[in-house]
Design a binder for this molecule. Sequence first.
Ligand code: DGJ
Length: 567
Amino acid sequence: MKNNIIREIHFFITDIKGKVITLAYRYIKICFISLCVSFFAIQSIHAQSNSALPHFKKQGTATQLIVHGKPLLMLGGELGNSSASDLKYMAPIWQKLKAMHLNTILMPIYWELIEPQEGKYDFKLVDSLIYLARKNDLKIVVLWFASWKNSMSCYAPYWVKIKQKRFPRSRTKDGKAVEILTPFSDENRNADAKAFASLMKHLHIIDGKQNTIVMIQVENEIGMIPDARDYCIEAEEAFTREVPSELMTYLHKNKESLTEELRQAWNNAGMKTSGTWEEVFGKGLHTDEIFMAWYFAKYTDYIAEAGKKEYILPMYVNAALIRPNYKPGQYPSAGPLPHLMDVWRAGAPQIDFLAPNIYFKNFSEWLGKYNRAGNPIFIPEISRLQSVTNAFFAVAHHNSMGYSPFSIENAGNPESNQFNKGYNVLHQLTPLILDHQGKGNMAGFLLDSAAQTAQITLGEYTFNVKHEYTWPYAARAEGETPRFGGMIIKITEDEFYIAGSGVVITFQSSSDDGTIVGIANIDGGTFAKGKWIAGRRLNGDEDHQGRHMHLSGREYGIQKVKLYKYK
Ligand code: DGJ
């Protein structure tokens, strides 16, 4: 009996000892893991302060995105909205992206998925996506789908959606709530900013060194519908207040360079130095839109600032453009549109640039509107149905940092489609393009049925560029006249690389002293790792016996052209 009791006590002590040892072991393990994470975090933070993070750098008139000390030309594509929410769905996509020669994907990160419960973050999906992008040699532009996605708040977490008292909605003119978080609520703004800051903190820890993520889009297509402005109580109250002095100071300081529309509104109302929105800009939808743009900008700026405090990456906002004859509210009012560029700049200094989502055919016109007052150019979205020729024009003529067709994973025949062919050529030309951006010795051109010719002068030569279909012998595709175009890069006074598709170019002297320009020779070819590898000599039928150079509309190509002069 006594022995039994002693044995029981012994077992009990051994059991306790075992439990204590297990607990101690667990404790040591947790400490070790935390130490490792902190070590890597510190390393990463150290990396941020020591080596340059992705940032912008001016080269002449161009702004380039620098990653790991080198400029990056983003041959990109944006994923359809839902693809990145499911790793299994993404599995076959990576290979497709590689096949089309993409080096960057624009990929949403969804507020509702990273913060399913308030204050409880889950970055597992984000981490896996980054890992997979790295494995496939792709850079990422993160799209922060949070307070607003195409005007709406569909990606706000459930706990935000259901607490409308705490997270108030915008209201229409007749007082109806809509599924749009109002920008007039600090609670809305702070909740978004808190989640965004947590995301950026996490990205800093896991990517501060590798820089797979090169840029951030804050929200997506911000804009008010179906009215030009919000009519919730807080908005109504703000509308009767004076225009904030911050905006008034900006207007005065930048009086000479304001966008025409803003300057005119201010001018027509008497160029007042203070007053309510309607006193300063007059009554009308245009003032509703300016007012709304200011509050959207302030809200977005707060979020961007909270994120940059954790991790400084370039940040931009994108806009849904205006359909012809649509009024503010019919189109998403007050977004980062060109006519509101000054309001956005004044209200959101943390946002580095404004970008267009181009789903209309007048590509060149919209790019021209965004390429003003030092606003860097990047096209985060364009219809996949538009010709990739646009990309040649954008990077050469507007020094675009990149190009990105929407829903790229749904492009058919990735081994042979237009992105495969066009991006292949752009990929080859990338070092040359990056070297020439902003220096005045590269030009782009776009041709279609509306504009069939272009004239470009680079140094001593003038290039008369024509749509291929203006040449009687050209092969024609059925249907609408396709968009063709490309770029010319001057490498010496007499030598040029001309790349693109569907153009016929003749040459003349830039001076009218009777000098005639001849083609010394034209070579087809390719670039491999930045080195030109000449292919066929094209001095016979292909250059029409020395009369012109020709890039067929059936493919994307590069030719090296050497010119000479005679009298
Ligand atoms: C523009 C938006 O920014 C995208 O997220 C997507 O909704 C497309 N429109 C659909 O065409």
